[in-house]
Design a protein around this ligand. Structure first.
Ligand SMILES: [Zn+2]
Length: 214
């Protein structure tokens, strides 16, 4: 388990270096500084502090007490599956949920209030996707992670899924020149982000939103 955390952390930093390098070499939004307006808010507040405390709350207050009460993980419903198929299963099912919920957030005035912070960055780059209202995370992550624990998945699925989420979030907001129109975004995004078909549509939506904001 410790080695999984080590490797996923290394892969996360390697992915960030690749994403930042692509954005610097092929900038779509020319002149956007690396330390853009809101950079430190996104990095310190949203990425480090908010994620740290919400992770404690979601796992220690919601998921583990729920598992203690329900004992669902002891049923080990997916435990015998290969790890890669567990990761794929939770990636696709969660992305299906998030795709439809994301669309609903853009159509509902009430749900939009939980999501508007995510689109509030004036300069959209690899880090911009980390900006999410805590209420939005408190809706989505207690839906994303409990099935992994309660269905008895291998514990390493959580850091692997979290890594894929982070890389996908960074790649979807990436401002590289190849993503300047929808066809390019469709061509590039799945290759960079390893997204599912549903995530692919989210790429189009985010690319369109990025164009509106810049
Ligand atoms: Zn959105």
């Amino acid at each position: 388990m410790h080695s999984t955390f080590f490797y996923t952390t290394c892969l996360l930093f390697a992915s960030i270096i690749i994403l930042v390098t692509l954005e610097r070499i092929f900038p779509y939004r020319k002149g956007l500084p690396f330390f853009r307006e809101g950079f430190w808010v996104d990095l310190i507040w949203y990425t480090l502090i908010q994620s740290y405390f919400l992770k404690i709350f979601i796992f220690d207050v919601i998921i583990h007490p729920a598992d203690k009460a329900l004992h669902l993980s002891s049923l080990q419903l997916v435990s015998n599956w290969p790890v890669w198929s567990q990761v794929l299963f939770f990636l696709v099912t969660h992305d299906l949920y998030i795709y439809w919920f994301h669309r609903w957030q853009h159509r509902s005035k009430i749900l939009w209030r939980t999501h508007e912070a995510h689109h509030s960055n004036k300069g959209v780059d690899w880090l911009a996707g980390t900006r999410s209202h805590s209420l939005e995370i408190l809706i989505n992550q207690p839906i994303e992670f409990p099935p992994i624990v309660l269905l008895g998945a291998n514990p390493i699925v959580i850091p692997i899924k979290a890594l894929l989420d982070a890389v996908q979030a960074g790649a979807r907001k990436l401002g590289v020149v190849l993503m300047r129109d929808p066809w390019d975004a469709e061509f590039l995004a799945p290759g960079v982000a390893a997204v599912t078909a549903y995530g692919w549509r989210r790429c189009q939506l985010d690319a369109a939103m990025a164009r509106l904001l810049t």
